[in-house]
Write a protein that binds this ligand. Structure first.
Ligand code: AR6
Length: 175
């Protein structure tokens, strides 16, 4: 069965899905941006669960319960900090999407919502990040979709929404 890939505008802390993917940092102990919003909405049990996990290298992914969120699981992935493209940032970002989806498959998830990893505080150029995200998502679901049925990019602002919509239509055009 085909996996739907969509872009929506919204607040990922409100997503009623099997798993949301958080743009974390390697400490997994929370921070600003979407990470801060997720920790506030999920409640203090999330911080306790993250402490148990220890740290997580950039490009890898870890899973916790969703606690007070409507989402069942939270997948935490620390993205690359943009350094001008000299530090393999593109590969690390692709790893974030690939490892998060593989973890979601392992947990038996059907519906997964992603925040736009690394394009806020970490400064990764948005159009490039959107191309890497959509390309990697398409690769993973064509290789092994598991139980996945729907993957959404959740954009918090119009610029982000447009970037992912453009990347997604280009990806379909090239398939
Ligand atoms: N729902 C969906 N997207 C959101 C929300 C929300 N509630 N809030 C913000 N965004 P960022 P990064 C968008 O900076 O660049 C933290 O301190 C935001 O507009 O959250 O990977 C971590 O602890 C942007 O489009 O993540 C790390 O230290 C996107 O989420 C660092 O920031 C990602 O922006 C990670 O930086």
């Amino acid at each position: 069965m085909r996996v739907r890939v969509e872009v929506i505008r919204g607040d990922i802390t409100k997503s009623r899905v099997d798993a949301i993917v958080n743009a974390a940092n390697p400490s997994l102990l929370g921070g600003g941006g979407v990470d801060g919003a997720i920790h506030r909405a999920a409640g203090p049990q999330l911080l306790a669960a993250c402490r148990q996990l220890g740290s997580c290298p950039r490009g890898e992914a870890r899973v916790t319960n969703g606690f007070n969120l409507p989402a069942h699981f939270i997948i935490h992935t620390p993205g690359p900090i943009w350094q001008g493209g000299i530090a393999d940032e593109a590969h690390v970002l692709a790893d974030c999407y690939r490892n998060s989806l593989q973890l979601a498959e392992k947990m038996g998830c059907r519906t997964v919502d992603f925040a736009s990893i690394s394009t806020g505080i970490y400064g990764f150029p948005l159009p490039r990040a959107a191309r890497i995200a959509t390309q990697t998502i398409n690769e993973v679901i064509s290789e092994n979709p598991g139980k996945l049925r729907r993957i959404r990019m959740v954009a918090f602002d119009g610029e982000t929404e447009n970037a992912y919509k453009q990347a997604l239509s280009a990806a379909y055009f090239n398939m």
